[in-house]
Design a protein. Structure first.
Length: 223
């Protein structure tokens, strides 16, 4: 569930960001700059920064919500299961969106301009051109980036461990975190190694099924 929501958000936001960067609109330079901090800031520092913002006593998010009257008392975001779950997703999305944006932007810029010019000559709107030209030609890039993002997110350890260590009450515990706790925390090295092998097999099977589905989709489009 954590992987699904995180990957979906990264793909949607990243594709939208690439669309804005690819379009000649005002403020494009500012938007390009805004995509860089997650890459410029070391990952651990970025995660600690988000942890500070989530803090209930002196965190920025809780303080802003209190100042505007949305909450009456400090909100310990990482101490509550539901909010901690979404907080870790927001952090992962913030870190992963720039990669998706740059990848999708490169894919968009590889689309022949002649197609857009022909559609524009026929009176097609910008939205119509995106739906009928851009989106279909982006399918291979979307599928590839989705797979890479799924693997990276599924194997993510540092974000959850630094923010919540799998808590509270296991609400943010993923298979990777659970394996680490079993092997290192409980010193059950054999069981931890077995779980790691199961995870490797699971990811491998998923990749095989994914590639076969993509191949069938590509063959169907070719016909």
């Amino acid at each position: 569930v954590w992987t699904f929501f995180s990957v979906a958000a990264k793909m949607v936001i990243g594709t939208m960001g690439a669309t804005l960067l690819n379009a000649a609109i005002p403020g494009q330079t500012v938007f390009r700059i805004l995509t860089m901090p997650p890459w410029i800031v070391p990952m651990a520092i970025g995660i600690f920064m988000w942890g500070w913002m989530y803090n209930g006593q002196f965190g920025m998010i809780s303080g802003i919500l209190q100042n505007f009257g949305f909450i009456s008392k400090p909100w310990p975001i990482l101490a509550q299961g539901n909010s901690a779950f979404w907080a870790t997703i927001v952090t992962d999305v913030w870190i992963g969106v720039p990669m998706v944006t740059i990848y999708m932007l490169a894919a968009m810029q590889s689309i022949p301009k002649d197609l857009y010019e022909a559609a524009w000559t026929d009176g097609a709107s910008r939205g119509y051109r995106f739906r009928k030209i851009t989106l279909p030609l982006l399918v291979p890039a979307l599928l590839t980036m989705s797979l890479l993002s799924m693997i990276a997110t599924f194997n993510s350890f540092d974000i959850i461990w630094i923010l919540t260590q799998g808590g509270p009450s296991g609400d943010t515990t993923t298979m990777i975190i659970d394996t680490y706790k079993t092997a290192i925390g409980s010193r059950k090295y054999g069981e931890g190694a077995a779980r790691a092998v199961v995870i490797c097999i699971f990811v491998s099977i998923f990749c095989i099924v994914y590639f076969r589905a993509v191949r069938k989709l590509s063959q169907g489009e070719a016909k």
